[in-house]
Design a protein. Structure first.
Lengths: 334, 444
């Protein structure tokens, strides 16, 4: 190295934060939910997660290397994270070709075509999930029953999700408390013993991940807690108004993809707002849309749609919702 | 609970390696180069000629305007020449070069170290002495002290805040001064209170200096109107606006000065210099400088004459290590990298920090992942990522609307960025351009 001294401007010191460190922290936060997924869905969870992660990394590598002809960015961990989140958002008996297709949609279409990390408008893993859900509705809505299918994969015995059961019952004019009485207890649902996409079932495991990310300063509380609160209050209002037609708020918090969505999908850096005030509005929108879709829409589940719709609003929020400036006092009426 | 400012901020590793090293007097150099522009404002006008004999404390350049300050000789000897050399700003500036002969002080200066507690001067006399002594803000901003003390008509100060925060990592010169010149500091604070016409002063000290907090708290019982406020360690608490918010919870409006909320802030080093100027007739010609770095052989706090070449300070701390990659005047967050090791120590030089090659060079810049960490740490509530983006595109009016001029250049954004983006570089560029545009608009 030369004897010359650096003249770079201040600050001369740099914190320990790095992109890969943040991404690996999120991966660590996903670990409890992944362990639960393996416990409940065994073989299927492992096959799908590996397929999704490896294919996402391969697609990103190929695109950066051979189409964009830039140094590869796969080592930053973001492709692996997208892959794992795709896996978490699909049933554990999904055909591996569809998983690979999902990775392709996420990485090639939703991420790299916008310019790669930092430039995409929509959450890549959710784009993949919604693409698969709309294109392959049958495969995407047959969920293996937990535990008994541990050693099975494509031949797993399937059952409906709690939200699916609820939607179907309501459509058939059944009373909501009667439908819910046939489901697992709320404690079992909280721990994750129910049918669902492989990473979304255990609220407990996901909340452990949330606490880890909060302690590590990876995310702030604003998005997840605002979503929880909005869903709880709004659903609580509906439930109090008519308990026969609407499920209770706790049921909605711990069922379906709400925990996974609020903690890991809505908080995606790239597609969420840039200041805390805007984050609260964004999360409020997600909460309201989720409750509306789940209760009044055709789909039993609404978190993915709600997040994608609010992703589209983020640029507007960033433009018009500014952080409170220091000394923001209008002087002399100017 | 400890007070601090509420918005933003970071906590870099403190690295106060030299905190327990008593102040040592650096031996006189053979030659000094005294810059005539060591303060914000107009350079002082040189009033000596080549071959003139000067004494320590003799004025060699007189204030060049209202916002300016006198410059005094820091040594006795002969003026060798008047020249331009690279100073701590990185530019070639006018200096008076003096060959040192002996150490003969101006007759008016009281050389004894006895504490003079009695204040026997009027407000006007104090102000006059401060002006004559060429005192400037010693925290690093080097704004002339007498200008800060001249409260403009229609405005009124009700509180004096003394900045003993020293929030920059590594630096310990203020800490040592608080420990070793505690009583002088207290008298200096009372002098500033009298000059300002206030009956209350609060000295803010961060909690990583418990010894200084304890010592000054005990001492403050004997000085009416002076209180000590311990503060939670958070950078950039030493910023005037942050410190005022932390201590008295007043928010200086955007574009306004502390006096607009009735507060005036001075550094502990300045308060000590005021004591020496008023009570001892001693102009500002020496200061405490921390020489430090993780691999510096013996980090030190040195009492140094203004104009001493930087290299001499480094030699006193064990010499320039082999793998030095950067030499900084000031601290790691806001200091300035030196382009010459002969750059003379100036009134605003609070420290000399040596970084190794590993520490000195920036990591590769990556794409912004929009994590919003820069927004969260900005103490002024700005959006650094956005300022950089519009700065890259040279959209200066948007930069102005996004309040680029509010930036205090603390560097918290660049410090925290996981993608190593040079946020502050673009913000500085923007401030420069927008500042030009604003000045042009005003002159039209």
């Amino acid at each position: 190295m030369s004897k010359l001294l650096s003249l770079a401007l201040s600050p001369h010191e740099k914190g320990k934060e790095s992109v890969s460190r943040l991404m690996y922290d999120v991966l660590i936060a996903l670990l409890p939910a992944f362990i639960v997924a393996i416990f409940f869905y065994g073989l299927g969870a492992i096959i799908i997660s590996l397929t999704a992660v490896i294919s996402a990394i391969v697609f990103e590598y190929l695109i950066t290397r051979y189409i964009l002809k830039k140094p590869s960015t796969v080592m930053d961990g973001s492709a692996a994270l997208t892959g794992l989140l795709i896996a978490f958002n699909v049933p554990s008996n999904l055909n591996p070709f569809l998983v690979v297709l999902g990775s392709f949609i996420a990485i090639a279409v939703a991420k790299m075509s916008f310019g790669g990390i930092g430039n995409n408008i929509f959450n890549p893993a959710l784009v993949a999930r919604v693409f698969l859900l709309i294109s392959f509705p049958v495969q995407m809505t047959s969920w293996p029953v937990p535990i008994e299918n541990r050693m099975k994969y494509l031949d797993a015995i399937t059952g409906p999700t709690a939200l699916g059961q609820l939607k179907e019952g309501v459509m058939n004019g059944q009373n909501v408390p009667a439908i819910i009485s046939q489901m697992p207890s709320q404690m079992d649902m909280f721990l994750g013993q129910m049918t669902g996409s492989l990473g979304e079932v255990s609220a407990l495991a996901l909340i452990i991940g949330l606490i880890y990310m909060l302690i590590r300063g990876v995310i702030s509380w604003h998005i997840p807690i605002t979503i929880f609160t909005t869903v709880f209050l709004m659903q609580g209002g509906l439930w109090l108004a008519n308990p026969g037609a609407f499920a209770d708020p706790v049921f909605h918090l711990i069922s379906g993809g709400l925990m996974l969505g609020a903690i890991f999908m809505a908080t995606d850096y790239v597609t969420s707002p840039m200041n805390k005030k805007a984050m609260v509005y964004y999360a409020l929108g997600i909460g309201v849309l989720t409750v509306v879709i789940r209760n009044f829409g055709a789909y039993p589940e609404g978190v993915s749609f709600a997040i994608l719709i609010m992703n589209a609003v983020v640029p507007i929020l960033n433009r018009y919702v500014k952080p409170k400036r220091f000394g923001e006092i209008i002087k002399n009426g100017k | 609970m400890l007070r601090t400012f509420p918005k933003g901020g970071v906590h870099p590793p403190e690295n106060k390696i030299s905190a327990d090293k008593p102040i040592e007097i650096l031996p006189l150099p053979k030659q000094v180069a005294i810059p005539v522009s060591q303060h914000i404002g107009a350079p002082a006008k040189i009033i000596v000629n080549r071959k003139d004999k000067v004494k320590v404390g003799q004025i060699i350049a007189s204030s060049g305007g209202f916002v300016s300050a006198n410059i005094h000789s820091s040594v006795s000897g002969t003026i060798a020449k008047i020249d331009k050399v690279f100073d701590t700003s990185g530019y070639r500036k006018d200096v008076v070069i003096i060959d040192v002969e002996g150490d003969e002080w101006d007759d008016n200066i009281l050389k004894s170290n006895d504490l003079i507690k009695q204040i026997s001067y009027s407000k006007e006399e104090i102000l006059k002495k401060i002006t004559e002594a060429g005192i400037v803000g010693l925290g690093g901003a080097t704004f002339p002290t007498h200008v800060k003390l001249a409260v403009p008509g229609g405005k009124k100060a009700d509180i004096l805040i003394i900045n003993g925060v020293e929030c920059e990592p590594y630096l310990t010169s203020d800490h040592r001064l608080m420990m070793e010149k505690s009583s002088e500091l207290m008298v200096g604070t009372q002098l500033l209170m009298k000059a300002l016409g206030v009956d209350k002063a609060i000295i803010g000290i961060e909690n990583n200096k418990p010894d200084a907090i304890e010592k000054l708290t005990t001492l403050s019982k004997g000085f009416q109107g002076i209180e000590i406020q311990a503060l939670k360690v958070k950078y950039p608490q030493g910023g005037e606006k942050q410190l005022i918010k932390a201590i008295i919870n007043r928010e200086v409006p955007s574009g306004a000065l502390p006096i607009d909320v009735g507060a005036v802030v001075h550094n502990v080093g300045t308060a000590f210099a005021v004591y020496e100027a008023v009570q001892k007739n001693k102009p500002l010609f020496e200061r405490v400088v921390t020489v430090t770095g993780k691999f510096v052989k013996s980090p030190k706090n040195l009492l140094v004459r203004i104009g001493t070449p930087t290299m001499q300070l480094i030699d006193a701390a064990g010499g320039l290590p082999e793998n030095t990659g950067k030499v900084i005047s000031g601290g790691p967050m806001m200091g300035k990298a030196l382009n010459s090791l002969d750059a003379p120590v100036a009134k605003g030089t609070s420290g000399i920090l040596l970084l190794s090659k590993d520490e000195a060079f920036r990591a590769e810049t990556k794409a912004c992942i929009r994590c919003a960490k820069c927004v969260n740490v900005c103490p002024m509530g700005l959006e650094p990522f956005l300022l950089m983006t519009v700065g890259e595109r040279k959209i200066w009016d948007r930069m102005e609307n996004e309040r680029v001029m509010d930036c205090i250049e603390c560097g918290s954004c660049s410090f925290v960025c996981p993608s190593n983006r040079p946020l502050l570089d673009y913000i500085r560029l923007g401030k420069n351009k927008v500042g030009q545009i604003i000045r042009q608009r005003k002159s039209n």
